[in-house]
Design a protein around this ligand. Structure first.
Ligand SMILES: [Zn+2]
Length: 283
């Protein structure tokens, strides 16, 4: 059954073309590939290799769960890839984005603490262009330099598209009413109660917990150190947070490597210099 699912996904992969008219894509978009029934779009500036990398990562993240791919099709999920010199608010779907308010639950601990200095003084456009090189959701965005693992990537050392597409999967689980969404929430609450991931981005929300866990599952997350304990691989994740590991396995099966991921087991995941005692953001 898994082989059949794989074949179905591969068969739906396509070469780079202009967006088909049926998509009614904004004229900003000049390139298109499809995967698992989902469109991936970009302007003419994005190299084909970045679209193909995104296509491969999406196919492999969904290969164990064709039902999630079908939910995403029904939700109208699309992926857009930005060129290095394009920004979050250049994408037509995100042109009107405004910066988050002071009480937005998505703010990190440090953003909330320093709201006036870090966010309050920025325009909407400045905020989003500083904040994100990709976001998950029904409209998922990605950045070419991130997909290609280029030195110019703001998040060099990890592939943030894996994180963002994990958010999209989480949205689809909720949309489908999959009990797994509740299990993610449960694992998150248990981790909070146990003091795991203290101060880490993973503890911002259940969503970030799932997305960071996904990066570790696929061995392409920058080093996490909590109270001197290093977590850098799927084995490290299994030992540190077995509940999170178990729910990740129900979505990703036994795959721990995404073929197109430039930071899979990369030494760039480990920062230079003496090993940190903690990777929590200091603010
Ligand atoms: Zn996230």
């Amino acid at each position: 059954m898994l082989l059949l699912a794989l074949a179905a996904l591969t068969a739906q992969a396509s070469p780079v073309t202009a967006p088909p008219p049926t998509l009614r894509a904004d004229p900003f978009y000049a390139k298109h590939v499809a995967v698992a029934g989902l469109p991936i779009l970009s302007s003419a500036k994005v190299p084909d290799t970045a679209l193909i990398a995104a296509q491969s990562i999406v196919a492999e993240m969904l290969e164990h769960r064709p039902d999630i791919a079908r939910t995403m099709q029904a939700m109208g999920v699309r992926v857009a890839v930005m060129a290095q010199d394009e920004s979050t608010t250049d994408l037509p779907e995100q042109r009107g984005w405004t910066r988050p308010a002071r009480d937005d639950p998505r703010l990190t601990r440090c953003e909330r603490k320093h709201y006036d200095a870090r966010i309050g003084r920025l325009t909407d456009r400045q905020y989003w262009n500083w904040r994100a090189r990709g976001m998950g959701g029904v409209f998922t965005s990605a950045a070419a330099e991130d997909l290609l693992g280029q030195r110019t990537s703001r998040y060099y050392g990890e592939t943030t598209f894996v994180h963002e597409f994990a958010h999209t999967i989480h949205h689809a689980l909720r949309h489908a009413g999959d009990p797994l969404a509740g299990r993610i929430e449960q694992a998150y609450r248990a981790a909070l109660a146990a003091g795991r991931w203290r101060g880490e981005y993973a503890m911002t929300t259940a969503d970030e917990y799932w997305a960071v866990g996904t990066q570790l599952w696929f061995n392409s997350k920058r080093l996490v150190v909590v109270d001197g304990r290093r977590i850098l691989s799927h084995q490290g994740l299994a030992a540190y947070d077995p509940a999170l590991y178990a729910v990740l396995g129900t979505v990703y099966g036994d795959r721990h490597r995404l073929s197109a991921d430039p930071f899979y087991l990369s030494p760039a995941r480990i920062p230079a210099g003496p090993p940190p005692v903690s990777t929590a953001e200091v603010c």
